[in-house]
Design a protein around this ligand. Structure first.
Ligand code: IPE
Ligand code: IPE
Ligand code: MG
Length: 244
């Protein structure tokens, strides 16, 4: 394949991905849903590497939503086991790539082994200065906003905040705020598998995001497909409510 030339000035600073379609991929291949998630994990590794090599500053992936607990115990525990495996096998590569890993969401409630490996990853990579890789785990945007608003309410009660609540205060109270280095809003949100909805992902942060949808199922998504979507993004005319 020819090399794709992308103007580095136009590269999105923050790309967020809704990795969807593992189940349908498994069905198509005639294998278990867990095998679909395993293939999805492999696809994710390649995209992380590609994004880091392209010079993207922030990559966020939606790995497990607050609503995904509705699935069977077998599927949920399988997903978390995969997460532990990924972290164990790939921690050294992420670290060598100077990638800093962060978690968006309340991961205190996930199985202990998964929580421990995540804590280790966060600690090992905390001072890395390359791409910031945010994994949304037990993440839901409405729960995130409620949590942020409650934090602000507490600060008002204790007298730490005086006067009106501002947009900046709300942004800083979210998982993407102070606790993870104030991540800029996503420039581009990608969703695979042909679905075109946010499914409770980054509702506040997506105010002016561009969207790219692809029919590819997540395990079929490749670094080349990713690069093409980024290239398409660079041709967009972003106006933020202003005029051309
Ligand atoms: C996305 O794939 C991964 C998670 C939600 C954890 P799905 O498992 O939602 O795949 P489909 O939508 O059933 O094909
Ligand atoms: C969104 O996908 C969540 C993740 C990719 C982790 P879902 O498959 O859970 O979303 P819906 O149910 O189709 O909206
Ligand atoms: Mg799905």
């Amino acid at each position: 394949m020819n090399e794709v030339l992308i103007d580095p000035e136009k590269l999105p600073a923050h790309v967020a991905i809704i990795m969807d379609g593992n189940g349908r991929w498994a069905e198509r291949e005639g294998v278990s849903r867990i095998k679909g998630h395993t293939a999805g994990m492999e696809a994710m590794k390649e995209i992380v590497r590609k994004a880091s090599h392209m010079g993207i500053r922030y990559l966020t992936v939606y790995a497990f939503s607050t609503e995904n607990w509705k699935r069977t115990m077998e599927e949920v525990s399988g997903i978390f086991k995969l997460l532990v495996q990924f972290v164990k096998l790939d921690l050294s590569e992420l670290d060598e790539e100077n990638v800093k890993v962060c978690v968006l969401g309340d991961y205190s409630v996930i199985p202990d082994a998964a929580k421990k490996s995540l804590d280790k990853t966060l600690k090992t990579t905390e001072n890395n200065t390359g791409m910031q890789f945010n994994v949304a785990i037990n993440y839901g945007s409405r729960a995130e906003i409620v949590r942020g608003v409650n934090k602000i309410a507490e600060q008002i009660r204790s007298g730490e905040i005086e006067g009106d609540v501002t947009e900046e205060m709300i942004s800083r109270s979210l998982y993407t705020g102070d606790e993870n280095g104030n991540i800029p809003d996503p420039d581009l949100i990608i969703r695979t598998s042909g679905e075109e909805r946010l499914s409770n992902f980054l509702l506040w942060q997506a105010a002016y995001s561009e969207f790219e949808f692809t029919d590819l199922l997540w395990p079929d998504f490749t670094p080349e497909a990713f690069e093409q979507l980024i290239l398409d993004y660079t041709t967009r005319d972003r106006r933020f409510g202003g005029r051309k």
